[in-house]
Design a protein around this ligand. Structure first.
Ligand code: FNU
Length: 222
């Protein structure tokens, strides 16, 4: 599980080399609880580059590979992710029980947390028609938590009421995509995931501090 100090997870989607990435992350690491990396990062700096990041930045790393393949491929990927020093992984609920179960068990044994994607910050209408099923699926498979969109506050509230307090809810879509900073947490999420609003800012630290302020003092969230 991600330890919550600030409630902020940085979506680190950048076209930078490893050195610049490490410098940036170490300069902001006191303000964030985790670094989320995804396909863009993997394709930019490669697995070796990601290993250098996890070796050099003392932070929880979450791999947003939205894994949703057949069972044995999911398992292979979980093992590779573990080898890169990554702490948690996002998987697609839509892959279904048979494709997710083994990989989630392997992840658990390795100490890699699995967060299940059950609703998307844009689109994802098939997900939203099957929310109850996917939440129950995740709970029965033993995931650590769920990805719920900051752009759909009713979904955040609904999932929190379904899962109680034993699962972490991570919420992307804050800022550029329209979710109001602070409101996903006010509606029941544990963490807000923020990328471009911080990364593309002239002062990333100040942008992160502004979001932390909104998390501490949420206004007009509905
Ligand atoms: P930013 N992300 C998302 N919506 O945006 N993992 C989802 O439904 C989802 C995600 C990720 O807009 C996206 O991949 F499941 O710049 C990106 O890394 O703040 C981040 O959240 C949002 O980036």
């Amino acid at each position: 599980m991600i330890q919550r100090h600030t409630g902020l997870v940085l979506a680190f989607d950048v076209d930078w080399d490893v050195e610049k990435s490490i410098m940036f992350l170490n300069g902001i690491s006191d303000l964030i609880d985790a670094v989320k990396i995804g396909w863009y990062q993997l394709l930019t700096i490669g697995p070796q580059g990601i290993k250098e990041l996890t070796d050099s930045v003392n932070k929880y790393f979450l791999a947003d590979f939205k894994l949703g393949d057949v069972a044995h491929i999911n398992e292979y990927v979980v093992r590779k992710v573990y080898g890169l020093g990554i702490n948690g992984l996002i998987m697609h609920a839509v892959a279904g029980r048979d494709n997710l179960a083994t990989a989630i068990n392997v992840a658990r044994k390795l100490g890699v947390d699995v967060y299940l994607l059950i609703s998307m910050s844009s689109g994802g209408e098939l997900y939203d028609r099957n929310l109850d099923y996917n939440v129950s699926l995740g709970m029965s498979l033993g995931v650590s938590g769920f990805i719920v969109p900051a752009t759909k506050p009713n979904v955040v509230r609904q999932v929190r009421s379904m899962v109680g307090s034993n699962y972490q809810l991570l919420s992307p879509g804050v800022g550029v995509q329209g979710g109001k900073p602070g409101c996903a947490i006010a509606n029941g999420a544990d963490f807000e995931i923020v990328g471009r609003s911080i990364i593309n800012s002239e002062s990333p630290r100040q942008a992160a501090l502004n979001i932390l302020n909104a998390i501490r003092n949420p206004i007009s969230c509905s």
